[in-house]
Design a protein around this ligand. Sequence first.
Ligand SMILES: [Zn+2]
Ligand SMILES: [Zn+2]
Length: 398
Amino acid sequence: MSSSKAKSGLVTPAIKKKVVDLRRKVHMYPELQFKEFKTQKLILAELKKLGVKAKKIAGTGVVATIPGAKDSKDGKALMLRADMDALPVTEEIKSPYMSRHEGRMHACGHDAHVAILICVAQLLKEHPVDGPVKLVFQPAEEGGVGAQGMIDDGVLENPSVSAAFALHVWAGIPTGKMGIVLGPAMAAVDEFDLIIKGIAGHAAYPQGSIDPIYISAQVINSLQSIVSRNVDPMQTAVVSVASIHGGMNYNVIPPEVKLQGTCRTFTDENRRTVKKRLFSIVKGTAKALGGSVEIDYRHMIPATVNDKNASAYIWDASVDVLGKRNVYEADAMMGGEDMGLYLRRVPGCFAFLGVQNKKIGAAFPHHHPKFAIDEDGLPDGVEIMYRTAKRYFESINK
Ligand SMILES: [Zn+2]
Ligand SMILES: [Zn+2]
């Protein structure tokens, strides 16, 4: 079943085949964050074949600017981004192109993003749009905040970028459909480490010690009051304690307990509130119960906020390719994406391309060992990305 309903599609059968072949090639050799050497090499080789000048950036990243048929009115470039990294997951679905790297797998679909963007480069060469398009292949999206290294290495400059777009293939959306969130799409991600300190001792004589396990229990309970009591009920936030370690015996009160967790928010105000309340609750509870605490709180990535005007380009491009009834406004998600770092600096949109097809087993969630995609969705992604660039310049050059 081909999902492509493009009225006058530019994606030829040859490109349809190419996007699938490339995706399978990348899928076979998944590489973890900051180690995307083979993937980088493949991207550079494929771009060279197309006559596209590309260079390495931020270690294992690649950036290439394809000039337009003419310069854009503002002299700036449009950025299209694909992430490149895989996950420490062992693939469970057998296929001729299954992972050859034991314990590593493209379980989030970034292999598809790489393949799509290379094929977009081909379309841009064959059918230039009215302004320069910067293709950005970014390492380390999966928790490595690879976008920061790209920005530090100047990916948004020379030529400077006026808007940025990216697709994520999505296992929850059927092939042939596109989900676009208008506004905040993915949450800001913060991480914390807490070391709750007490005084070790004999568990039969607690009066002689300060029990960090008891303090931790109170801390964990109280942290859940932040979302229920401090955040506006009409807004969204999450505080999760996801790791707890302390003690090793029936009759010993340990000296300390280590907790780890994450906070997710969508607005800067809520992000500040959650952090402030976490410090206050943790410090106050530890102190009240006679202990102390060390807190390491890290802002990892900001919320990924889609610009409403910019989203219209990818929305309309998706309608061109998939038809009006197959493009819909999707709900925001509490997961994080370092695309948010670019979208804090330039307007743009991060959209979800359907690749779910239960008939062929492409229905498992992202990061699952049985994660699979319906490759019929890939040509749609190529055409949508290309048309987004085309529509963008047609509009801003007016
Ligand atoms: Zn992922
Ligand atoms: Zn992903």
